[in-house]
Design a protein around this ligand. Structure first.
Ligand code: PLP
Length: 455
């Protein structure tokens, strides 16, 4: 295999040096800082379709997709044109607009799991509001979450499991009062026994169980449909609300997200990312009865200066309209399946220990295993060294993956088969490098966990 030349990072490095004088760590969201991979962050100046260009004019096939929102690829003309059209009339009014109705109608008339929705400006805000709603509705305080699920930087959810089967969370960030973490119970994914025990230990105290039904923030920890169904039943029996955090999976694995895919009806669903077409939008939705508790109709306060912002609504409307076209998800999911299967075949033929979990248009490389990983604790942190090598090789070959082995990859409608073939070749080459006899194995220093450097 021929040697790959290092891409130039001169301009990106200069921008990064400057950025470090402005922002903590030089970034406005931690994982962007490239702490878990080689080199320093690439500063991006342009995206179009499946491609990104950095400040040094390097071109990349992008599998990060702004961490999920860009299911149509970068700079999609339908979104761009709608945004420009709406912007002609001003950027924000702090008063209702017809655009909010239009986006709500698009969503609610195509989603049997929620009857009313509230728009906010980020996934974090959606989750934070959903938790408050669940607590206000049930008049209980405790929340149960799963180790390996990320729900934004909500205080009560910046917690990680302790050592027992069922534990109160330990804060995973400075600045989160212990008293907050004491209201959060953390258990492992895919573990019915722990779930049953938690409901026994905290009878009539748990307001909500929150889960990413497709956990995609700490690897891709695919859950059995049967486990999610069990979760639904346990919540119903105990008067606890089930929150599906579909900030990634919503509009990604199907228009109705994981709820639709698995045919499970949660009590509250949170959305973000795709819903805003690349602009800052989040949302939470539920039955009309549960949503009637939200202010000004009910006692649970929640508000936002830029909630339902017309420009952001326009981007969401344009993107979701494309997703509703017949065959959209079938095409995208089939493309992903064939891409992943070709890579797995390549790896299997060479006995490379790699597994690629995938669902819809989401995929994740797990190294040093060929098993499907379903729990955070089953990821070997040492295997992240393999990803680090792969990431470096791919960047130098014109393929951009999110800069952490705990992050998933996304395929968009703009990734044609020809583009995917080019990317596949680079991935084959990178696997040959990762598993070359001269490469150190994954033994050695374990990389920082996803907890430390998440987006
Ligand atoms: N929930 C999930 C499942 C997420 O993946 C994320 C972000 O990655 C969030 C919530 C937080 O969303 P945001 O980053 O828009 O605040």
């Amino acid at each position: 295999m021929s040697e790959i030349k290092e891409i130039s990072r001169e301009n990106s490095s200069e921008l990064y040096a400057k950025a470090k004088t402005y922002f903590p760590g030089g970034v406005n969201s931690p994982v962007r800082a490239f702490k878990s991979v080689y080199g320093t962050p690439l500063f991006i100046k342009k995206g179009d379709g499946a491609y990104l260009w950095d400040a040094d004019d390097n071109q990349f096939i992008d599998f990060c997709g702004s961490w999920g929102p860009l299911i149509l690829g970068h700079n999609h003309p339908a979104i761009r044109e709608k945004v420009i059209e709406v912007m002609q009339n001003g950027m924000s009014f702090g008063a209702p607009t017809a655009l909010e109705n239009e986006l709500a109608e698009l969503i609610l008339s195509n989603n049997r799991f929620i009857e009313k929705i509230r728009f906010v400006s980020s996934g974090t805000e959606a989750v934070m509001s959903a938790i408050r709603l669940a607590r206000g509705y049930t008049k209980r305080d405790k929340i149960l979450k799963f180790e390996g699920c990320y729900h934004g930087h909500v205080d009560a959810l910046l917690v990680k499991a302790g050592s027992g089967l069922v534990t109160f969370g330990e804060t995973s960030s400075a600045g989160v009062p212990k008293a907050f973490a004491d209201e959060t119970i953390v258990i492992a994914l895919n573990d019915k026994e722990a779930l049953t025990k938690a409901f026994g230990d905290f009878k009539d105290q748990i307001a909500a169980v929150i889960i990413e039904p497709i956990p995609a923030n700490n690897g891709l920890l695919l859950q059995h449909q049967e486990f999610l169904q069990y979760l639904r039943e346990v919540c119903t029996t105990n008067g606890t609300l089930l929150i599906f955090d579909e900030v990634i999976s919503g509009f990604r694995v199907s228009f109705t997200g994981a709820a639709g895919l698995y045919n499970i009806n949660p009590d509250i669903i949170t959305y973000g990312k795709i819903i805003g077409g690349g602009l800052p939008v989040g949302a939470y939705g539920a039955s009309a009865q549960i949503m009637s508790n939200v202010s000004p109709e009910g006692p649970v306060y929640q508000a936002g200066t830029l909630s339902g912002n017309p420009v952001a609504m326009a981007a969401g409307i344009a993107q979701l309209t494309e997703l509703l076209k017949p065959g959209f998800y079938e095409d995208l999911n089939n493309k992903t399946k064939s891409f992943v299967n070709d890579i797995l075949t390549f790896a299997n033929q060479r006995n490379y220990p790699v597994n690629i979990s995938h669902i819809g248009s989401i995929f994740w490389f797990a190294f040093d295993t060929t098993d499907t990983i379903r729990k955070a604790e089953d990821i070997d942190p040492h295997s992240m060294n393999r990803f680090k090598t792969m990431h470096q090789h791919l960047l130098n070959s014109g393929v951009y993956f999110g800069p952490s082995g705990y992050e998933v990859g996304f395929i968009s409608a703009a990734h044609t088969m020809a583009i995917l073939d080019t990317a596949k070749q680079a991935i084959f080459d990178s696997l040959n490098v990762v598993f070359a006899p001269s490469q150190p194995s994954s033994e050695g220093t374990a990389l920082a966990s996803k907890d430390d450097f998440r987006e």
